[in-house]
Design a protein around this ligand. Structure first.
Ligand code: NI
Ligand code: MN
Length: 224
């Protein structure tokens, strides 16, 4: 399977015969290497509905007919726009044709682009091809990450931008709790306020843990 980085927290995932998007923020993202029209996924998974995650969800789903996997409140909102949805809430897991998707806690806030209530923000735990992948969404550090790491993680996607999410120091602590094999840092350098040195983060994590940090520029991919 491949995880193609869209920039900010977004990914285009190809697994078996299936393709899906996570947090597809492309329009208005100056760092993005892709355009919304490049993708016609069957599913779009959202950690939460802030603009830098919700992004092009509505336009892509309307065009491709994708089902949006998100909080009950976001799915209800999109339903009024004739977009199909699969609601989840924290702790809930759904089995889809390509694997499993489970919502995990995230310490953050959440609202839709028009300001309406979007339910709880979340992380997502994916079960794909026998591998476990955790996308933390936007969150601060929390000790229950150790529980998410139980059972082993092949990949953890963690924000390092600080101010609005964990910064590099707390993301290092998150790696120690999660114990993933590989880490992709995200949610940095998209805007001046979340500028970070990803190479310094990589050096520190690889010095203090067994995890490998994979730095992806928008448009680059990791094969698992
Ligand atoms: Ni957010
Ligand atoms: Mn964000």
């Amino acid at each position: 399977m491949t995880f193609h980085f869209l920039g900010q927290s977004g990914f285009f995932v190809q697994t078996g015969d299936y393709e899906f998007l996570i947090d597809p923020f492309l329009t208005g993202n100056d760092t993005a290497a892709d355009k919304p029209g490049d993708f016609s996924p069957a599913y779009i998974i959202l950690t939460h509905a802030h603009g830098d995650h919700y992004g092009d969800t509505e336009a892509i789903a309307t065009r491709s007919g994708a089902t949006v996997v998100a909080s009950y409140e976001v799915v209800t909102y999109l339903g009024k726009k004739d977009v199909k949805g699969q609601p989840l809430n924290i702790g809930g897991e759904v089995t889809l044709p390509f694997g499993t998707v489970k919502q995990t806690p995230a310490w953050h806030s959440n609202s839709l682009p028009d300001g309406s209530y979007a339910g709880m923000p979340a992380g997502i735990l994916l079960g794909l091809e026998g591998k476990r992948i955790y996308h933390a969404g936007d969150t601060g550090l929390f000790s229950d990450m150790a529980m998410i790491g139980r059972g082993g993680l092949d990949l953890a996607i963690l924000p390092i931008g600080d101010l609005l999410t964990m910064g590099p120091k707390d993301a290092l602590e998150a790696v120690k709790l999660l114990k993933p094999k590989q880490v992709i840092p995200v949610h940095y350098n998209t805007f001046p306020m979340i500028e970070q040195d990803a190479e310094a983060f990589k050096a520190r994590v690889e010095n203090e843990t067994d995890a490998e940090v994979v730095i992806l520029n928008p448009g680059e991919r990791l094969t698992l």
